[in-house]
Structure formats: structure tokens, C-alpha cells
Design a protein around this ligand. Sequence first.
Ligand code: SF4
Ligand code: SF4
Length: 69
Amino acid sequence: MAYKITDSCLKCGICIDECPEGAIVVDEQVTDFDGLNLYTTRIDPDKCTDCGVCVSHEWWCPAKAIVKA
Ligand code: SF4
Ligand code: SF4
């Protein structure tokens, strides 16, 4: 797997539905004091095809937290 999610992740969850392979999965979902849902995500190496879409379309991730490993 050539891509990873870094600590700059804002936990917004946008990437979960955007990965064409469904490889970005939720490890934990919490609701903060403002009622906002926060998602701890990771890339599942068994599903990720290293397509690179998650880094070529930077608008996916507001924090640009997905990078080439
Ligand atoms: S490289 Fe492709 S398959 Fe892997 S997480 Fe990114 S968009 Fe999904
Ligand atoms: S889109 Fe970016 S900031 Fe939002 S959960 Fe995914 S990796 Fe984190």
C-alpha cells in the first residue's frame, strides 16, 4: 500500500465515501461536544489498489492528510 493518512487528518469523514475501492474505512466514530461526528479513518491494505485517486483529487481531503507513503 503506497498511501497513508497522516496526523493532520481532521476526522471529517469525506474520504470514506470517495475512495472508489471503499478502501478508506472507519476505525472509530465519536460525536464531539458540538454534535459533530468525527471519524478516525485508515486505509485498508487489502482493499487499496494504489490507484492514487485520493492524492490526485486534493479537494477530497480538506487537510491534504492523505499522502504517498
Ligand atoms: S490509493 Fe485508491 S484505492 Fe487506495 S485509498 Fe486511495 S483512492 Fe482508495
Ligand atoms: S478527508 Fe482527509 S481530513 Fe477528512 S477524514 Fe479523510 S483523511 Fe481525514
